[in-house]
Write a protein that binds this ligand. Structure first.
Ligand code: HEM
Length: 308
């Protein structure tokens, strides 16, 4: 979408602004009943934000449709990736493709970017962890060699750093499930049919019973057999499997999980190859806040010093 160009395209900026408006207003609109839609002004802005998101996605897709049509009319097969597949397989209607791509773009904007911001925030303040990560990356990919997925699978500390960031700041801080058909017993509690459950990732991930020194950034807690783990038999590696599910689980789990992981592993390893990251002088402590997603409460400002 051109975010890495010198000048970010206006449509992309419109998408980012609309995502911000929509996520900010979501917290308010869920509190108000349907009848208030014609009366309260923020509903208009909320709907406008969704319209903008949809519109930008539709413009991108329509552009791709023109390219595909040009390919086909010149006798070439329509070649491309996921979007081309969606458009040419006839399994979804055009409006379903628009909606699906709007959701995917939305899912991809704030999730990985906020997680990477927090990762860099901590690495900039923890020289030991940054040095360890840098050593791992350059030992697997020397001479600025671009990492591929095989290389990434040989970087356990890189994965541990991202996991630890998602534990401290699960960007999707909660997950809902509406259990409509069955009564459920959880622990010793009985819940009737039609109960709305809410799982708070944030509280689970910060639970001292599950993660020792839960408030500390300790990527090594995710490494099996690491000597720096303080409690080898009961450390956080042995936490309850459902106390850390930042991408959710099951059929409605995050569809972007693998894409997100690869994108973050790749971006972080490239950054580590090229830069040392430091906090800006006098940088404040940054606490998280919720804006539907969990995001930094203040801007995270960093210095990127080129590595020799
Ligand atoms: C750090 C990155 C990300 C995290 C932590 C994350 C987390 C989540 C979580 C917790 C859910 C709800 C899962 C559930 O209810 O069990 C979800 C759903 C979803 N995510 Fe992600 N996500 C991330 C990145 C992405 C990316 C990059 C995309 C798109 C490429 C994406 C697309 C989606 C979509 C479309 C859903 C809805 C799935 C459905 O309802 O069936 N996510 N994500």
């Amino acid at each position: 979408m051109g975010c890495l160009q010198e000048e970010i395209p206006p449509e992309t900026l419109r998408f980012i602004a609309a995502a911000n408006d929509m996520l900010t207003l979501s917290e308010t609109v869920v509190l108000f009943p349907r009848w208030s839609r014609g009366v309260l002004p923020f509903w208009g802005r909320f709907v406008q934000a969704w319209d903008d998101l949809y519109d930008v996605a539709r413009t991108l897709i329509d552009r791709r449709i023109c390219e595909i049509e040009a390919q086909v009319s010149s006798g070439e097969p329509a070649e491309g990736l996921y979007l081309t597949y969606l458009l040419t397989s006839d399994q979804l209607s055009r409006s379903e493709v628009y909606t699906s791509v709007t959701e995917l773009l939305l899912g991809g904007v704030d999730t990985t970017s906020n997680t990477l911001s927090w990762t860099l925030y901590h690495l900039a303040r923890d020289g030991g962890a940054q040095e360890r990560l840098h050593r791992e990356v350059v030992s697997v990919c020397p001479d600025l060699q671009e990492p591929n997925s095989d290389d990434l699978s040989r970087m356990p500390f890189l994965k541990a750093v991202i996991k630890e960031t998602l534990r401290l700041y699960p960007v999707v801080p909660g997950n809902g499930r509406f259990v409509s058909e069955d009564e459920v017993v959880v622990g010793n509690y009985w819940f009737p049919k039609k109960t709305q459950f809410h799982l708070c990732h944030y509280s689970l991930c910060h639970d001292e019973d599950q993660f020792e020194n839960a408030e500390l950034f300790k990527p090594e807690r995710w490494l099996r057999g690491d000597s720096s783990r303080s409690k080898p038999t009961t450390g956080s590696y042995n936490h309850h499997p459902y106390s850390f599910i930042p991408f959710g689980v099951g059929v409605r789990g995050c569809v972007g999980k693998r894409v997100a992981e690869m994108e973050m592993f790749f971006a972080l390893s490239r950054l580590m190859q090229k830069f040392e990251v430091q906090p800006e002088p006098g940088a404040p402590v940054v606490e998280p806040k919720t804006r539907t997603l969990l995001i930094p409460g203040k801007p995270i400002n960093l210095r990127f010093l080129p590595r020799a």
